[in-house]
Design a binder for this molecule. Structure first.
Ligand code: HEC
Length: 379
């Protein structure tokens, strides 16, 4: 059970902060692990709806918790490499490049979440050396962390990726004096996340077969949401493309539903409803929700169909959500996102005591929230 349900994240190349792959490690953490398994925090699965759930059936949950609580630590079987790891090994051979900023930015030891955005030059070089030339648009099925194990001791919680073919963010980057920019990674009307997103609970983002993302030559902009980890720590996102194949013919685009002018008074709650009317028939493939400490609930629907429901949003467990099946939405139908904000003392993520007024802007002084919907025009 540990191998199947925990080690993908708590194993040698996992992104979680502790390892559970030796009897000694299990012994050290087993009571906390039992408590977190019992209350459903682990394995993390904060979203419901048409998305894959990691939640354990209740009998497995109780059995695993009981095993962890028992005095004898379970012997941990050496896990077969997860398909993801095997793929990663294969991909390492085919991928020509890992994208990374040239220099790391340093996250303070404490003081609230921060957003830091990096510009990475990329000429969309070919991944297989044949199909595409440098300077051409690259087709990818998705994106992955080049080295998920390095996230275990990193402040990075989520990265969202966008293309900047005009290289316009560079100027900001150059002006800022430090590596990275203190800004959301949106480029004009292109939302950050248009090329997918990654997090510690989703170290690989892959579109369903048949779909691809288009990466034009130019710069790649990588927005990182970071949380302090109690010591100063380097922030250096390293990502790699997952190449598309010839049959992944449908290009995926992004729609952004941003919260505008957020203002949540101290001690109050608020629901924001965001709407977008579709201009054409489309198949929705993924949903990305971005928010900080004050975002507590999210519900995204396409017309009548509920896509993703997050009843207890946690920045630490946020991830991009690929739908289990693409969902068709007709022209004229509406995408609706309802985001609930809580700026009371009851919010378990509340950073201030007593709560303070929250206004739009970057953390740690403000909050912005945005929903990004990835879709392909219906065939
Ligand atoms: C999809 C990835 C993922 C899976 C699967 C997963 N975890 Fe975790 N786990 C995490 C992350 C990420 C954190 C860190 C959360 C944070 O920073 O708030 C964590 C934290 C923990 C912690 C607390 C560590 C600490 O000291 O804060 C324990 C204990 C734990 N997990 C146990 C488990 C057990 C037991 C399982 C299997 C039943 C499991 N996890 C499955 C990602 C995962």
């Amino acid at each position: 059970m540990l191998a199947t349900h925990c080690l993908p994240c708590h194993g040698s190349n996992g992104a979680a902060p502790i390892r559970l792959d030796t009897p000694e490690a299990v012994e050290r953490h087993r009571l906390l692990a039992a408590a977190l398994v019992e209350d459903g925090t682990m394995p993390p699965s904060i979203a419901g709806g048409r998305v894959r759930s990691r939640a354990l059936p209740s009998e497995d949950r109780l059995r695993l918790a009981a095993l962890l609580r028992s005095a004898t630590p379970p012997a941990v079987p050496s896990p077969h490499p997860a398909p993801e790891e095997r793929d990663a090994a294969n991909l390492a051979a085919t991928l020509a490049t890992t994208l990374a900023p040239q220099h790391a930015w340093t996250m303070p030891a404490s003081g609230g979440a921060r957003v830091r955005t990096f510009v990475i030059p990329s000429d969309a070089r070919p991944t297989d050396g044949a199909a595409q030339g440098a300077g051409e648009t690259l087709r990818v099925r998705g994106v992955r962390f080049a080295d998920p194990g390095s996230l275990a001791r990193s402040p990075i919680r989520m990265v969202s990726i966008a293309a900047d073919p005009r290289r316009s963010m560079r100027r900001l980057d150059a002006a800022d004096g430090e590596p990275g920019i203190d800004a959301m990674g949106n480029i004009g009307s292109v939302p950050s996340g248009a090329l997918g997103a990654l997090s510690r609970t989703s170290v690989r983002f892959e579109l369903p077969p048949g779909f691809h993302l288009e990466v034009p030559p130019g710069d790649i902009v990588v927005e990182t949401t970071c949380e302090p980890i109690g010591r100063r720590a380097a922030v250096l996102p390293r990502i790699a493309w997952i190449p598309a194949t010839a049959t992944d013919t449908r290009a995926v685009r992004a729609i952004a539903l941003p919260v505008r002018g957020l203002a949540v008074d101290a001690g109050s709650c608020q629901t924001q409803e965001l709407r977008h009317r579709m201009a054409e028939d489309a198949d929705i493939v993924a949903v990305i929700v971005k928010g900080g400490a004050f975002l507590r609930t999210a519900a995204i629907a396409a017309g009548e169909a509920a896509l993703v429901e997050v009843p207890d949003f946690r920045m630490a467990f946020n991830e991009p959500w690929c739908l289990t099946e693409p969902v068709r939405i007709g022209r004229g139908a509406e995408l609706v996102a309802r985001l609930g904000f809580d700026n009371t003392a009851d919010n378990p993520q509340q950073p201030s005591s007593p709560p303070r007024d929250v206004v739009a802007g970057l953390p740690p002084y403000g909050e912005d929230a945005i929903v990004i919907v990835l879709y392909a025009v219906a065939e």
